[in-house]
Ligand binder design. Structure first.
Ligand code: EPU
Length: 339
């Protein structure tokens, strides 16, 4: 089947903020040939190409004068296995949470802490998604990407992806690499990460002393559902800001005025602050301005109550950033990609 191009398509269903802007052209890529056809079309018509996955880390601030290509390729397969572990490959368009569940059903452990994260497999390496003490770099094997400049396929190893906190090579070389499929090394033997306080507490509350990977997944789904809004009910893009890394000196200075400061010392001597705590202290938790707001339970999440525009959400984010600089001398970096 050839690539189906549609013009003047609303992107509201394709971004979890639910912002209503239009794409000049829109298409879905079900395989590598569709991706190549989209690239060829854009080259022939001198039109930019914007690739999206689940649209869950995206803030759209106006109509998109480009071909918006939604990755919709599907497929999950074990490419190598022994009695201890398996390498699982998934196509970029696979929705993330169902992929995690499929791995658990295959008896493979390693992704359970990343349950219920919105988005797709192909977008996950972009910002090295992480939650509850695990990041995808911890279970990543390799990925295949298309070089948009040369049209060639390239394999990336763990080291080559240069993963960091919500960061990777792909975030820096924007527009060059188009991720087609990702491979993970998963274990047949449960090696659970339960150190993140709320996870252990939730399992204890359920009376589970010896959890299975599925128990951990269920506990994490319960924690996330309590604290984080479901994009199907309230538009949002998860954490809107990264947790900032600051010097130990600045952390000590803030602590003088705010003894309850939530910070985690890092191996390099810096301190990672809970941005949600800073925003809450500054009085923004539950704040609403028109349809743009700060979630009432988790200050790190900006929400769209219905008709907020990307520009309104961005204006609110900038006011919060300015306030946090003024109060704490801390710069908050936005997590979603802006268009
Ligand atoms: N906190 C507050 N007020 C708030 C929010 C948080 O005081 O409004 C405090 C909490 O009490 C806690 C600390 O901040 O002591 C950390 O909060 P939480 O465990 O909810 O995690 P987070 O730092 O707010 C990060 C990730 C989340 C991830 C959770 C769990 C980032 C930017 N966010 O949030 O990721 O689910 O940890 O691991 O690193 C995402 O990236 O979209 C995302 C949701």
């Amino acid at each position: 089947m050839t690539l189906q191009l549609q013009s003047a398509v609303s992107l509201k269903p394709f971004n979890t903020f639910g912002v209503d802007v239009q794409a000049q052209l829109f298409a879905e890529a079900h395989n590598d040939d569709d991706v190549r056809a989209a690239l060829a079309y854009c080259a022939a018509n001198t039109l930019p190409l914007m690739v999206i996955g689940g649209g869950s880390n995206l803030l759209l601030t106006g109509d998109v004068k480009a071909l918006v290509l939604r990755m919709a390729s599907r497929g999950i397969r074990i490419v190598r296995e022994d009695c201890l572990e398996a390498i699982v490959e998934a196509e970029a368009g696979e929705p993330w949470h169902p992929f995690v569940q499929s791995c658990l059903e295959l008896g493979l452990c390693g992704l359970e802490n990343l349950s219920l994260i919105p988005g797709t497999v192909g977008a996950a390496p972009m910002q090295n998604i992480g939650a509850y003490g695990v990041e995808i770099k911890d279970v990543f094997h390799s990925l295949t990407a298309l070089d948009r400049q040369t049209g060639e396929l390239r394999e990336f190893s763990l080291e080559e992806c240069a993963f960091g906190y919500r960061d990777s090579l792909f975030k820096h070389e924007t527009g060059r690499w188009l991720i087609l499929r990702v491979r993970f090394v998963l274990s047949r033997v449960a090696r659970l990460h339960l150190d993140y306080g709320p996870v252990r507490q939730r399992l204890d509350a359920l009376g589970i002393a010896h959890p299975t990977p599925r128990d951990v997944s269920q506990a994490i789904c319960a924690i996330r559902s309590e604290k984080l809004p479901d994009p199907a009910e309230l538009g949002n893009a998860g954490s809107f800001f990264k947790n900032p890394l600051i010097s130990a000196e600045l952390a000590a200075r803030i602590k003088v005025s705010y003894p309850g400061l939530v910070g985690y010392p890092q191996p390099d001597g810096q301190v990672k602050l809970a941005a949600g705590w800073l925003i809450e202290q500054a009085g923004w938790k539950g704040y609403r301005e028109g349809d743009a707001g700060v979630h009432r339970l988790q200050s790190l999440v900006l929400v769209n109550y219905g008709r907020a525009t990307g520009t309104q959400l961005l204006a609110l984010a900038r006011r919060i950033q300015a306030d946090i600089v003024e109060r704490f001398d801390v710069a908050l970096e936005m997590e979603p990609n802006l268009y």
